[in-house]
Every structure is written in structure tokens, then in C-alpha cells.
Design a protein around this ligand. Structure first.
Ligand SMILES: [Zn+2]
Ligand SMILES: [Zn+2]
Length: 340
């Protein structure tokens, strides 16, 4: 089969690989139909992710058809269409029992990281019963790819952790796919304001179409001042950090209102200053999270009932033979490399 291989920092290639085989009875082999490229794949290609070694098949998102199942798989059979969670979970360990699937002792984020991933014709999915979701007959399979990682990440790490409430004020710093996913899912809760911040006017235009009430280009360095003015000096109830840079986290520290929450989503590669000299008495909360995909059943229902339209997030389409070209539009956007 053909697969996209990570060959070390800055290097990738499409290579011929043997089709994966069942290794443990709880595995399934899935024939991939749709996959996508994530900011995390770009992190790996930069050499930022030490757990991902050269030779690895990249990719942790996708949909497909069950090709084979191990003898221990009871929930799926060959021929069924499935959505792949970016997080593999055993369903039995201490973390899985608390729905913290991202820290599953024999799973977590392994696909396209510690084991071969989804940017290939076939993939082996461990703990198949608890890491795959059946695709309803009437579902748009392409839209569902956005549920493997992007939408649950924006929702769980940004919106849920950020405690977005009806009538509250939300700022989302970073208008990449994850920031936009946070924006789409923040709207479930009808906040009064959703302020989107980015350096790229095109991305901010998209954010407006997605329902941002205010957009701010932070290139002039005055975003904090503008947000404080907009909120009559109070700041925002929820500041979602969806970039992963010191400057964007420090912007969240500058704009969070007393009693508010900073919900970090970005992947940080370097240290960030925590300004306790300003924040120690402000009753704020700072949260971090790796997506658990515990919200997957709920997000699937919102998709089916058309409360959520993830197709808005899809801009480019490629056949698998052109997967190397698919990485190109991402290269032109350096900020995306930092977002998950
Ligand atoms: Zn991803
Ligand atoms: Zn587990």
C-alpha cells in the first residue's frame, strides 16, 4: 500500500509499505477513505515531537471502512463505515474510566505518532471497539473527518474548559482550524460576544462568516488595548489560546476578566511567562488539556441534526496520489504550524 512517511525533520515521502496486520485481538484494520493534515503533523515535520520517530506513517484523523477485525472486536464487522478518533482508548484503565482517554495507559495519542497513522491506504486501529465510531448511513463522510480531532479539540480544550456561558464574552486568539472549531462550538452556548484575533485578514474574514462578532488583527501589537476598550475595561470571561506561542498566551493573560478563564489549546514548544504579579488577585482559572474526544457522541448528534456544519472548515481537496501537494497550502501559513 502507499503511505506518507515521516523521514526526519523537514523530510517526508510517499512510500510503498506492507498492509498492516492485526497484532492483538482488539485491533481492527481500516481501509482509509478520507483523511486530513493537522498542525500537529507539521509539528512532527519540524522535529518538535520526540515520540514520533523517522519511518512513521503520519496522520491521526480520518474515516474508512472496516477491512478486518481481531477476534476480540465485538462492536464492528468488515464492511462497516467508521470514524477514527485521533485518541485510542482501551476503555478500561484508570484514565479511560474517568473519560480522560488522552492519557489511556495503552492508548492516548498514538496514531501517526507512536504507531503508524491514517495518511495511508490502510491503518491498524488498536482498541477498535472503543476508538472507532460507526458512521450513520445518512452522514456526510467528508464532514466527519473534522470530528476526528479538530472539532473535539476546539470544543473540549477551548469551549468546555473555558466555561463558555450564555451571554458571556469570549476571545479566541488564533483563527486557524482549531480556533475556528472553537468558534463554531462556542456558539452552542450563545455567548454575547465572540472576539477573534489573528494576524491574517483572510482568516479573520472566515471567522466573521463563522459568526465572530468582532475581529481584531493583532499585527499592530494593540490587540489587548482594543479588547479592553471593547469590554469597557473589564476584559473577557473566556480567553481561548489557539496558537501556542508565548505572545498569544500572554495576550490571554492581559485580557482575561476577573473571575474569567484562560483555556489553553495551543501546542507550546517553549516556556511562557505567567504574570502572577498582575493575576494573583484576579480569581482566574488557567486550564490545559489534550483532547479526549469524549464529546464525540454529542458532536455526532449535533452534526446529524445540522446544529453544526463542519464542511465550513474544508477548503482544499486532494486525491491520495497528491498528498504531498496537500501539505503545500499549509506551509504558506506559519501560524498554523503552531496550532493543533
Ligand atoms: Zn490533528
Ligand atoms: Zn485506557
Amino acid at each position: 500500500m502507499k503511505a506518507l512517511i515521516y523521514l526526519g525533520p523537514g523530510k517526508k515521502a510517499v512510500e510503498e509499505r506492507p498492509k498492516p496486520e492485526i497484532k492483538t485481538p482488539t485491533d481492527a484494520i481500516v481501509k482509509i477513505r478520507k483523511t486530513t493534515i493537522c498542525g500537529t503533523d507539521l509539528h512532527i515535520l519540524k522535529g518538535d515531537v520526540a515520540t514520533c520517530q523517522p519511518g512513521r506513517v503520519l496522520g491521526h484523523e480520518g474515516t474508512g471502512v472496516i477491512d478486518q477485525v481481531g477476534s476480540g472486536v465485538t462492536a464492528f464487522k468488515p464492511g462497516e463505515r467508521v470514524l477514527i478518533s485521533c485518541i485510542s482508548s482501551c476503555g478500561k484503565c484508570e484514565y479511560c474510566r474517568k473519560q480522560t482517554y488522552s492519557h489511556c495507559v495503552s492508548g492516548g495519542w498514538v496514531l501517526g505518532n507512536k504507531i503508524d497513522g491514517t495518511q495511508a491506504e490502510f491503518v491498524r486501529i488498536p482498541h477498535a471497539d472503543t476508538s472507532l465510531y460507526r458512521i450513520p448511513d445518512d452522514a456526510d463522510e467528508e464532514a466527519l473527518v473534522m470530528l476526528s480531532d479538530i472539532l473535539p479539540t476546539g470544543f473540549e480544550c477551548g469551549v468546555l474548559n473555558g466555561k463558555v456561558q450564555p451571554g458571556s464574552t469570549v476571545a479566541i486568539v488564533g483563527s486557524g482550524p482549531i480556533g475556528l472549531a472553537a468558534l463554531l462550538t462556542a456558539r452552542f452556548y450563545s455567548p454575547a460576544e465572540i472576539i477573534m484575533v489573528d494576524l491574517d485578514d483572510n482568516r479573520l474574514e472566515t471567522a466573521k462568516r463563522f459568526g465572530a462578532t468582532v475581529v481584531i488583527n493583532s499585527a499592530d501589537g494593540n490587540a489587548a488595548k482594543a479588547i479592553m476598550k471593547l469590554t469597557s475595561g473589564r476584559g473577557v470571561d473566556t480567553a481561548i489560546e489557539a496558537v501556542g506561542l508565548p505572545a498569544t498566551f500572554e495576550l490571554c493573560e492581559a485580557i482575561v476578566a476577573p473571575g474569567g478563564t484562560i483555556a489553553n489549546v495551543g501546542v507550546h514548544g517553549v516556556k511562557v511567562d505567567l504574570h502572577l504579579e498582575h493575576l494573583w488577585d484576579r480569581n482566574i482559572t488557567i486550564t490545559t488539556r489534550l483532547v479526549d474526544t469524549a464529546s464525540m457522541p454529542m458532536l455526532l448528534e449535533t452534526l446529524r441534526s445540522r446544529k453544526l456544519d463542519p464542511t465550513l472548515l474544508i477548503t482544499h481537496r486532494f486525491t491520495f496520489g497528491h498528498i504531498l501537494d496537500a501539505y503545500d497550502p499549509l506551509r504558506a501559513r506559519p501560524t498554523r504550524a503552531r496550532s493543533r
